[in-house]
Write a protein that binds this ligand. Structure first.
Ligand code: FES
Length: 122
C-alpha cells in the first residue's frame, strides 16, 4: 500500500515542502525536496542535535537551492542523499526515505513510513 504525500506541482524546482504523517499530538515531521524531476524524502530531524531543520514553513534549502540547510546551527546536507557536507555534523546524514512519482504525485510505501516512525521513536 502506498501513501500520496503531495502533488509534484506543489513543489518549486528546486523546492521543498514539509509534510506530516500520523495522528495524535506528535505526528511524524517529514519533508520532500525536488530538483528537476528527482524528488527525495527525509525525516525532518537534524542529526546534529535532533531539531527540526526548518523554522518557517517549507524553509529547507539554501538560497541557491543547492543544499538542504538546518536553521538551528547551519548544517548543510546534499539533496541526493542527505549527507552533511558543512557545519557541526560532517559525515552524518539525514534519515532519507524512498519516494516515487506516480501519476504526478509523490508517493511513499506505507511500510516505509512505519519504519521511519519506529526509527524516530514514534
Ligand atoms: S540541530 Fe541542525 S545544525 Fe544543529
Amino acid at each position: 500500500m502506498t501513501v500520496r504525500l503531495c502533488a509534484l506541482d506543489q513543489l518549486s524546482d528546486p523546492g521543498a515542502i514539509e509534510l506530516s504523517w500520523g495522528a495524535g499530538d506528535w505526528p511524524l515531521s517529514l519533508f520532500v525536496v525536488r530538483r528537476g524531476e528527482a524528488v527525495h524524502g527525509f525525516l525532518n530531524r537534524c542529526p546534529h542535535a535532533g531539531h527540526e531543520l526548518n523554522m518557517k514553513p517549507d524553509e529547507f534549502l539554501t538560497r541557491d537551492g543547492e543544499l538542504i540547510m538546518c536553521r538551528s546551527h547551519g548544517a548543510r546536507f546534499r539533496i541526493e542523499d542527505g549527507l552533511c557536507v558543512l557545519g557541526p555534523c560532517p559525515g552524518a546524514s539525514l534519515r532519507a526515505f524512498a519516494v516515487e512519482l506516480v501519476d504526478g504525485f509523490v508517493v511513499v510505501a506505507q511500510a516505509e513510513l512505519e519504519r521511519l516512525s519506529a526509527a524516530a521513536g514514534h
